[in-house]
Design a protein around this ligand. Structure first.
Ligand code: FMN
Length: 548
């Protein structure tokens, strides 16, 4: 792979094009971003891709919960690595991307998964690139993970019948943009990228349960990933929905000193399977095609120049939780409503936020090779011991002075000298109505204990790192979202990602102009109200019990 320069004129065009995409896909108070204007149920995409004709290997489902305490998820404990077996691989996929429940109401049913997804549409697909593994008859090759059946579908068989590689394997993530565009229209590309970030963090959390680690391969380009995973095989995809490259991550089972994660050497002998069609027809959103093309990741061989962990944070201090790591992952759900009553203590609030700080040996940000670009703008509604109001949580404390210069005058900029936490008070007052309006008038942003927007350094990052950084910013946002989901559950409350918000309403309130800072994802945390009409049943009841 050849190193590339991020400063070519082509790249600047691409960055301009992505900024234009970002602007045109903003929701405004008086007008939402271009969408389908209603849901066409006849073309609702199938959330489960299958490869017809591929050899299928069922993965074992976990039986009794023998996972370590939830401290392993937040870096307060480390569990000793489990050997790389089919059973361990099954648990890894079950806890990261597997089904978590089946929901039913009034005769219709749907599945939830360990990883959340905007609209439960699940654009993300996953592939494992494996060496020989006992119990996997297909041998070394590329496998698609099929969550509905908790199975691996073999896409490619490799020439080299290598010895088992006990040091680990690779996972590739891809997106099928049509699944999101069906509901969200032009804004869907943003959603796909956030969901990739959620999935990456979900992989990292599942790895932590097994005592394994995950590392994003920043070097990997779209073309190389498409070739590795067979996404470029038109003979297998025909005119089915487009599936685009996301990212490649190395799952490290056993650390080998001096050996960093490298791109897999491939020699496919044979390909199997044809992708199923997900909808009878689809709408082409050219703005999305343009965003995909312009944000294409080009293979690089130069390490990121900035340190991934510029701040030496004190050891992790997550919410206290007695549940096992497996239980916590399995119970994650989005709240559809909050009670408007439940509060969290100031300590709990800080403990939840603490999990979002990037530390070199705490999941999930130890998988992330780039410095933190996103800070949190907090709307504190019901935090005992903290005045309601507007706050900043500085994941990148070095941004403080730049933000102070960029925000309008009149904010307090008050930090708490008694505590070593990156919390800054901007203003006191009831911000519930503002938070609700900002989040497309959704009550969940006001009825919880607190909600937040993830404010990312935007234009400079794109100009310096290149247009592909547009995707990376949303991946980072998704990782923060996944972390907040688990941290909220650990604290005995619940979270919900918010992709529907009026971008510039927040920017204007803060006094931000231009594109240097953009809010890339919102989130809310509080006491959930369950919908009593919904029936919940276990996820894999449809599978034979003998596979459990
Ligand atoms: C990127 C993203 C954006 C989301 N945006 C919203 C939102 O604006 N409003 C909302 O009520 N839920 C939102 N959700 C929650 C999803 O609807 C939820 O994840 C999905 O229905 C699956 O349910 P689960 O999270 O309980 O598995 C969002 C989730 C994600 C990951």
């Amino acid at each position: 792979m050849k190193p590339t320069s991020s400063r070519s004129p082509v790249q600047h065009d691409a960055v301009d094009a992505l900024i234009a995409y970002h602007d045109r896909t903003k929701h405004h108070l008086e007008r939402y971003a271009r969408g389908p204007g209603g849901l066409d149920w006849a073309t609702q995409p199938d959330p489960f891709r299958r490869f017809t004709g591929s050899p299928v290997s069922r993965l074992p489902l976990a039986g009794r919960d023998d996972t370590p305490t939830s401290g392993v998820l937040f870096g307060t404990e480390v569990s000793s690595p489990r050997p790389f077996t089919l059973g361990a691989l099954g648990l890894f996929f079950e806890l990261s991307l597997g089904l978590s429940a089946r929901k039913e109401v009034a005769g219709s049913g749907w599945y939830l998964r360990m990883n959340p997804s905007s609209g439960n549409l699940h654009p993300t697909e996953a592939y494992a690139v494996l060496s020989a593994l006992a119990g996997l008859p297909g041998g070394p090759g590329v496998y698609h993970y099929a969550p509905l059946h908790h199975a691996l579908e073999q896409r490619a068989r490799w020439a080299t019948p290598t010895e088992p590689d006990e040091s680990g394997f690779w996972v590739g993530l891809t997106s099928i943009p049509w699944r999101e565009a069906w509901k969200y229209g032009e804004r869907a590309f943003r959603y796909c990228q956030r969901d990739v970030g959620h999935a990456l963090a979900a992989l990292r959390f599942a790895a932590a349960v097994l005592g394994w680690r995950v590392r994003l391969l920043f070097q990997c380009g779209d073309a190389e990933l498409a070739r590795l995973l067979g996404l470029d095989r038109t003979e297998d995809f025909g005119d089915t929905e487009r599936e685009i490259a996301g990212l490649l991550a190395r799952v490290i089972v056993k650390e080998i000193p001096g050996q960093g994660p490298a791109f897999p050497a491939t020699a496919p002998l044979e390909w199997f399977g044809r992708a199923n069609s997900l909808s009878p027809s689809r709408v082409q959103w050219s703005a999305i095609d343009e965003a995909i093309a312009r944000s294409q990741r080009i293979a690089v061989s130069v390490e990121p120049t900035e340190p991934a962990n510029p701040t030496a944070w004190s050891p992790p201090a997550p919410p206290h939780c007695d549940r096992s790591s497996g239980q916590l992952i399995r119970q994650r759900r989005s709240a559809v409503d909050f009670d408007g009553i439940t509060s969290v203590s100031r300590d709990t609030f800080l403990a939840v936020l603490d999990t979002t700080l990037p530390r070199p040996s705490a999941p999930p940000f130890d998988a992330w090779p780039f410095p933190p670009r996103l800070n949190l703008v907090l709307f504190a509604h019901r935090v005992t011991g903290l005045e309601p109001g507007l706050y900043l949580w500085l994941r990148a404390p070095g941004d403080l002075e730049t933000l102070r210069g960029a925000f309008r005058a009149g904010f307090e900029w008050e930090s708490d000298p008694s505590r070593d936490v990156p919390l800054v008070r901007l203003g006191r007052g009831d911000v519930r109505d503002f938070a609700r309006t900002l989040s497309c008038h959704q009550d969940i942003a006001a009825d919880g204990a607190f909600s937040l927007g993830m404010l990312g350094r935007f234009e400079t990052v794109l100009r310096e790192r290149g247009a592909a950084a547009y995707r990376e910013l949303f991946w980072e946002a998704g990782m923060i979202g996944q972390t907040l989901y688990l941290a909220a559950d650990a604290a005995g409350v619940r979270g919900t990602g918010i992709g529907c918000y009026f971008d510039d309403v927040l920017h204007r309130a803060l006094g931000l102009a231009g594109h240097e800072w953009q809010s890339l994802y919102h989130f809310t945390v509080g006491g959930p109200v369950e919908d009593p009409r919904l029936r919940t049943s276990p996820p894999y009841a449809q599978l034979d019990h003998d596979t459990r």
